[in-house]
Write a protein that binds this ligand. Structure first.
Ligand SMILES: [Zn+2]
Length: 258
């Protein structure tokens, strides 16, 4: 049993109504990993901590963090909601999926400072207008290791070469150079541009990204490759992914933007 009282940074991961007027809010914290907080009377009018527990909020909180068990918030020192994400269905869908993947990749209560930073960077970039699909892809590539899948993206798994055309092989757990494609008849046939980007994404520091432009065909290819890797090797599909997949059909039904 441990108990920590103090300040910490956090991002709202999920909210659930609880009992008659309470709420359970899951925060990804900078120091304690993911923790579930019980907020008494959070659904009553005039609740004083409301601004800190809205979806897509980054905050500095004061509270009591218990391990195990529910934790409690006593004050919010600062809170900012990512407004573009909160107000745009496409950005919302991508951000929700990213947070859900991070949520599924790690057990509650395990300190994951790197992923706290990465979640903050992801939301900031998406909110600031960087292509949400690309930020999502970068997160998916970098999270593979946490899911116990660590493909070798850097050079051919067999000979180490990276100067020849490369393709992805599930069987070999990474890339194969053209000389070794014959070893895997089920290699992915990844389009060269997408292959190049996947290898970049595996090492890029998200916080250092200022602009990134990826064509639609390459984005579709990235989606195909990562969907197959996640389906075959990870086996995790958050509910938020289904919504993301349905987004194009939703958008078709929305009135055009003025
Ligand atoms: Zn090779």
């Amino acid at each position: 049993m441990s108990k920590a009282v103090g300040d910490f940074g956090g991002i709202v991961l999920a909210r659930h109504n609880y009992r008659e007027s309470d709420m359970l809010v899951k925060l990804l914290t900078d120091r304690f990993g993911k923790k579930m907080f019980l907020l008494h009377r959070a659904r009553k009018p005039g609740f004083r901590l409301t601004a800190g527990i809205l979806p897509f909020t980054l905050g500095e909180y004061v509270g009591t963090v218990n391990d195990p068990g529910l934790s409690y918030l006593t004050a919010i020192k600062h809170a900012e909601q990512f407004q573009s994400i909160a107000n745009d269905i496409t950005l919302n869908a991508h951000a929700t999926y990213i947070l859900a993947l991070i949520d599924q990749a790690f057990p509650d209560g395990e300190p994951i400072a790197r992923w706290y930073g990465q979640a903050v960077d992801s939301l900031r970039l998406i909110d600031g207008g960087i292509d949400a699909a690309v930020v999502t892809n970068i997160t998916e590539v970098q999270l593979l290791e946490a899911f116990g899948v660590a493909p070798n993206w850097q050079g051919c798994v067999v000979c180490g070469r990276s100067d020849l055309p490369l393709d992805f092989s599930e069987q070999y757990g990474g890339v194969l150079c053209r000389d070794h494609w014959r070893l895997d008849p089920y290699r992915f046939h990844v389009a060269p541009k997408a292959m190049y980007l996947l290898r970049q994404f595996s090492t890029i520091r998200l916080g250092a990204v200022h602009s990134i432009t990826v064509g639609d065909a390459t984005k579709t290819e990235l989606r195909r490759v990562l969907d197959r890797i996640y389906l075959d090797l990870v086996g995790v599909t958050p509910k938020a992914k289904k919504f993301l997949d349905q987004l194009p059909s939703w958008q078709a039904k929305l009135p055009p933007k003025q």
